[in-house]
Design a protein around this ligand. Structure first.
Ligand SMILES: Nc1nc2c(c(=O)[nH]1)N[C@H]1C(S)=C(S)[C@@H](COP(=O)(O)OP(=O)(O)OC[C@H]3O[C@@H](n4cnc5c(=O)[nH]c(N)nc54)[C@H](O)[C@@H]3O)O[C@H]1N2
Ligand SMILES: Nc1nc2c(c(=O)[nH]1)N[C@H]1C(S)=C(S)[C@@H](COP(=O)(O)OP(=O)(O)OC[C@H]3O[C@@H](n4cnc5c(=O)[nH]c(N)nc54)[C@H](O)[C@@H]3O)O[C@H]1N2
Ligand code: SF4
Ligand SMILES: [Mo]
Length: 748
C-alpha cells in the first residue's frame, strides 16, 4: 500500500496518520513504526500548505505508551469516586453493563439513560458516534445540548446572518489593512493549522494588528502593534461605544447598510439614549470596560477608516453570562462598516469558512410548523416539543428541543430530575470521549451528581477525574491504534485520514468495537456494527461530495482541496443580493433580529446590548469576591487531554495568573501557594505574579485535573471548581463569568 513507505535496511515503516483531539487543529502525523512500535513522529513534509503538528501531536508517543494507559476493563470496588477498582474480563464487564442497562430501561424507561458525550476524539467515526447509535437502537436516551466552545457565537451568527458559515480563508487576512483580534489567541489555540503563520505574514506586510484581551496573550506578545486590556465580560460595551462613535461621526458605510442590513434605526435609538436615556459614548464604556475613552474612539475611527479590515471575534468572551451580546455587537459592527463579503474584510461570527456539509445557504422559515422536523432518530425525543421561535429553528444551530438538557445543567438535572423541571429522571450515564467532571462547570455539584447515579459507565483511555466515579471503566484505544477520517477543526479545505499505526495496546478497544460487542448483549439489531471499520469510513467518505477518491486519501493520509480563490463568506450576498438573500427572515443582515423580537424576552434583546449579571465586576457579590476569573485554554493541553504527558506537562507550571497590584495588596509573592476560592469551591495552586494580566482579573487555565484533598480543597487546579453552572439565556456557557477571592494559603 502506498501509505506504507518502508525505509530500506532499517525495518521502519512510515504510516500516514494524523492527530485529532479537540485542540483547534487536526494535523498530519507520520508514525515511524518498527517492530510494531511507534519510534518516531514526524509531521507534514509534503506539499504546501503544510498541515504541521504542534508540540502535543509530536509528543504523542508519550501519550500512546504512557504507563497510565487503562489496560483492562475495571469494576469499582470502593465508594463512588474513591478510585478503587478491580480488573475484570471484557465478558464480565460487558455483561454487567448490559444487565444494568436492561434493568434501568425496564424499570424507568429509556429517558433515564443519559449520554454524556464530548469531543475527546474528533474523528468522524470513533468516540461518541457508535455509542449514540447503540443507545438509539436500544430505544433512545436523554441527550444534552449547548456547545461549550461556541454556543454564544453560534447564536449570534444565526441571529445576524441566519447561518454559521461566516469566515474567510485564512490567506485572505493578507488582503486586510487592519486586523482586530478580539479575545482570540490562535498562537495557542491554533484555530486551524497555519493561522499563526498567516498572522505572522500579515505582520511582515505591515498590516496593523490590535489584540483586545484581559491578558497579554501569546498572540498579543507575538503579533500585536497594540494590546488593549479589557475587563472580562464587558466587551459588548466597548463594541457598542465603537458603533456610537462611527454613527456620531458619520463614518459608517451607508450604502452597504441601506443595501444589505435591516434595523439600524432601532440600534441607533439604543446608542443615542432614546431607549433608556443613556448615550453609549466612549466615556460610558470606559467606566464599564476600563478601556480609556480615547482608545475606544481611536479604534473606532481606525477600523472604519481602514477598509477592508478584519475584526475576528473569538469565542471566549462569549463563553460568559450574556456572552451572546458581545458576539452580536461584533457582528453588527462589521456590518455597519461594510466589512462583510469583501476580500480583506471578515463577517465576524462563528468563523466557519469551508464546509462540504452546507453547500448552499438555506432560507429561514418564519413558522416552525413549516419546517421539516429535525429528525434525531432518538425515540426518547420523538414527541419532544420544538422551541417556538427558537433561533435553532433556523438551520445550523444545536437543537435544544424539550427532551434535552443543557450541558451546564446536567448535574442539576441528575440531582433534581422531573421535579426540578427537567425532562427526565436520570438513573444512569454513559460517558464517552468526555471528562465531564473536570470540564463542565461547578465540579463539586458534579461530584454530588455522579454519586447520586445508580450506574455510570465511562469509555476512557486514562483514569480521569470522571472515570474515577464510574462503576465500569472500559479501556479505549487511541487514534494510533485504529483508522478514522477527520475534517478540519474550523473551515480550512482539507481532510486527514488517520491510518492505524499499531495494534491496540493491552486489552484496549475502539468505542466502535465496544458497541459491536455490547449490542447483541442488549438484544438489539446490529445496525452500523455489522460493517467493518473500513466499510463505515468508505460510507462516510461517500457522503462528502468533496472526497473524490477514498483510496487516494487513505494512502496519502491527507486530502488537500484546492480552491480557485480564497473563500470570502457572503460574497455572493453582497455582489448579487437579488439572487442571493441572506438566510434570515428579512433576507438581509439583521442588526435588529426579528426572531429575537418575537421571543419578547429582555434577556435576549433583538439588538445587541450591554447587560450586567449576578457575577459582573460591579455586582453585590464582587464585594466578597472582588476578582474576575477567566479560564483560558493552555498550550500544553487540549482541555484535560495531554495533562499527564510529561513532555507537555513540564513545559510550564500550572498556576493562577495575578497582577502584581492584586498580589501585593494580598501579600502574595510569585510562586507562593495561594487559595483561589468562592462560594462554590477552593483551589490551592501557586501564584504566577505577572503584568501579563490586568489588575482585577485572574486566570486559571482550564483542563488541569481535579485532585481534591481530604478537606475538599482541589490541589490539581481545576478551574471548574470555581465556575457556575447557569447557562446564558442564549445558551452560552458561563466559564468566563466567575467572581473569586485569592489569599495566601496556610502552606508555604
Ligand atoms: N492549546 C490549546 N488549543 C485549543 C484548545 C486547548 O484546550 N488547548 N481547545 C480548543 C477548543 S475545543 C476551543 S473551543 C478553542 C477555544 O478557543 P478560545 O475560546 O478562543 O480560547 P480561550 O483561551 O478560552 O480564549 C482566547 C482568549 O480570550 C481571552 N478572554 C477571555 N475572556 C475574555 C473577555 O471577556 N474579553 C476578551 N476580550 N478576551 C477574553 C483569553 O484571555 C484568551 O487569551 O480552542 C481550541 N484550541
Ligand atoms: N472552565 C472552563 N471549562 C471549559 C472550557 C473553558 O474555556 N473554561 N472550555 C470548554 C470547551 S471549549 C470544551 S470543548 C470542553 C471539552 O471538554 P471535554 O471534551 O470533556 O475535554 P477533553 O479533555 O477533550 O476530554 C475528552 C476525554 O476524551 C478522552 N478520549 C480521547 N479520545 C477518545 C476516544 O477515542 N474515545 C473515548 N471514549 N475517549 C476518548 C480523553 O482521554 C479525555 O479524557 O471543555 C469545556 N470546559
Ligand atoms: S494537538 Fe491539535 S494542533 Fe497539535 S498536532 Fe494534534 S491536531 Fe495538531
Ligand atoms: Mo471547545
Amino acid at each position: 500500500m502506498k501509505d506504507e513507505t518502508t525505509i530500506p535496511g532499517r525495518d521502519v515503516t512510515i504510516i500516514n496518520t494524523g492527530c485529532c483531539h479537540d485542540c483547534g487543529g487536526r494535523c498530519v502525523l507520520k508514525a515511524h513504526v518498527k517492530d510494531g512500535r511507534v519510534i518516531r513522529i514526524e509531521s507534514d513534509t509534503g506539499a504546501e500548505p503544510q498541515i504541521r503538528a504542534c508540540m502535543r501531536g509530536r509528543a504523542y508517543r508519550q501519550r500512546l505508551y504512557s504507563p497510565d494507559r487503562l489496560q483492562h476493563p475495571l469494576r469499582r470496588v470502593g465508594e463512588r469516586g474513591e478510585g478503587r477498582f478491580e480488573p475484570v474480563s471484557w465478558d464480565e464487564a460487558l455483561d454487567e453493563v448490559a444487565t444494568r442497562m436492561k434493568h434501568i430501561k425496564a424499570t424507568y424507561g429509556n429517558s433515564a439513560i443519559l449520554m454524556v458525550a464530548s469531543g475527546g476524539n474528533q474523528g468522524m467515526l470513533h468516540g461518541a458516534l457508535p455509542v449514540g447509535a447503540m443507545l438509539q437502537e436500544f430505544g433512545g436516551f436523554t441527550r444534552t445540548w449547548g456547545i461549550a466552545s461556541y454556543e454564544g457565537a453560534m447564536y449570534a451568527s444565526m441571529a445576524t446572518y441566519g447561518t454559521i458559515r461566516t469566515g474567510n480563508s485564512r490567506e485572505d487576512l493578507l488582503n486586510a489593512r487592519m486586523l482586530i483580534l478580539w479575545g482570540w489567541n490562535p498562537a495557542v489555540t491554533i484555530q486551524d493549522p497555519g493561522t499563526s503563520l498567516m498572522i505572522a505574514r500579515a505582520r511582515e506586510q505591515g498590516i496593523r494588528i490590535v489584540v483586545i484581551d484581559p491578558r497579554y496573550s501569546d498572540t498579543a506578545a507575538t503579533f500585536a502593534d497594540q494590546w488593549i486590556p479589557i475587563r472580562p465580560g464587558t466587551d459588548s460595551a466597548m463594541l457598542i461605544a465603537m458603533a456610537y462613535v462611527i454613527l456620531a461621526e458619520n463614518l459608517q458605510d451607508q450604502p452597504f447598510i441601506d443595501a444589505h442590513t435591516v434595523g439600524l434605526d432601532k440600534y441607533r435609538a439604543y446608542l443615542f439614549g432614546e431607549e433608556d436615556g443613556v448615550h453609549k459614548t466612549p466615556a460610558w464604556a470606559e467606566s464599564i470596560t476600563k478601556v480609556p475613552a480615547q482608545v475606544i474612539t481611536d479604534l473606532a475611527r481606525q477600523y472604519s477608516g481602514s477598509k477592508p479590515a478584519a475584526l475576528i471575534a473569538g469565542w471566549a468572551p462569549a463563553r460568559a453570562s450574556f456572552g451572546e451580546q458581545y458576539s452580536r455587537a461584533a457582528n453588527v459592527l462589521t456590518a455597519i462598516t461594510g466589512n462583510i463579503g469583501i476580500n480583506g474584510g471578515y463577517a465576524s461570527g462563528f468563523m466557519r469558512a469551508y464546509s462540504s456539509r452546507e453547500t448552499s445557504y438555506k432560507k429561514a422559515i418564519r413558522n416552525p410548523d413549516q419546517m421539516p422536523p429535525k429528525r434525531s432518530g432518538n425515540p426518547v425525543e420523538e414527541n419532544a416539543l420544538p422551541r417556538k421561535f427558537s433561533l435553532h429553528k433556523l438551520r445550523g444551530g444545536t437543537n435544544p428541543n424539550g427532551a434535552r438538557i443543557h450541558n451546564t445543567k446536567v448535574y442539576d438535572a441528575i440531582l433534581r430530575g422531573k421535579a426540578g423541571g427537567y425532562p427526565a429522571d436520570i438513573k444512569m450515564a454513559y460517558v464517552v470521549a468526555s471528562n465531564c467532571l473536570n470540564q463542565h462547570p461547578n465540579t463539586h455539584r458534579g461530584e454530588q451528581a455522579l454519586k447520586a447515579l445508580d450506574f455510570l459507565v465511562v469509555n476512557e483511555q486514562f483514569m480521569t477525574p470522571t472515570a474515577r466515579f464510574a462503576d465500569i471503566v472500559l479501556p479505549v484505544n487511541t487514534f494510533m491504534e485504529r483508522s478514522d477520517i477527520a475534517p478540519p477543526w474550523l473551515g480550512s479545505p482539507y481532510y486527514i485520514y488517520l491510518n492505524k499505526a499499531v495494534d491496540s495496546l493491552y486489552e484496549s478497544r475502539s468505542d466502535l468495537d465496544i458497541c459491536r460487542e455490547l449490542s447483541p448483549r442488549l438484544g438489539i439489531s446490529p445496525g452500523m456494527f455489522k460493517f467493518t471499520e473500513d466499510e463505515i469510513l468508505q460510507g462516510i467518505a461517500a457522503s462528502r461530495p468533496d472526497i473524490p477518491d477514498y483510496q487516494a486519501m487513505k494512502a496519502d493520509g491527507v486530502l488537500k482541496i484546492k480552491l480557485p480563490e480564497p473563500i470570502v463568506s457572503f460574497k455572493e450576498q453582497i455582489t448579487d443580493p437579488e439572487n442571493h438573500p441572506f438566510p434570515t427572515l428579512s433576507g438581509k443582515i439583521e442588526i435588529y433580529c426579528e426572531h429575537l423580537a418575537e421571543m419578547n424576552d429582555p434577556r435576549v434583546p433583538p439588538i445587541p446590548k450591554y447587560m450586567p449579571h449576578e457575577e459582573s465586576h460591579d455586582s453585590p457579590k464582587a464585594k466578597t469576591f472582588p476578582l474576575q476569573l477567566i479560564t483560558s485554554h493552555d498550550k500544553k493541553r487540549a482541555h484535560s487531554t495531554w495533562h499527564n504527558v510529561p513532555w507537555c506537562h513540564d513545559t510550564s507550571v500550572h498556576a493562577v495568573s495575578i497582577n502584581p497590584q492584586d498580589a501585593v495588596a494580598r501579600g502574595i509573592d510569585h510562586s507562593a501557594s495561594v487559595d483561589v476560592f468562592n462560594d462554590r469551591g477552593r483551589v490551592r495552586i501557586p501564584a504566577n505574579v505577572t503584568e501579563r494580566i490586568m489588575p482585577g482579573v485572574v486566570d486559571i487555565k482550564q483542563g488541569a485535573w481535579y485532585a481534591p484533598d481530604e478537606n475538599g480543597i482541589d490541589r490539581g487546579g481545576c478551574a471548574n471548581v470555581l465556575t457556575k453552572d447557569e447557562p446564558s439565556p442564549g445558551g452560552a456557557h458561563p466559564m468566563n463569568s466567575a467572581l473569586v477571592q485569592v489569599e495566601p494559603s496556610p502552606e508555604k
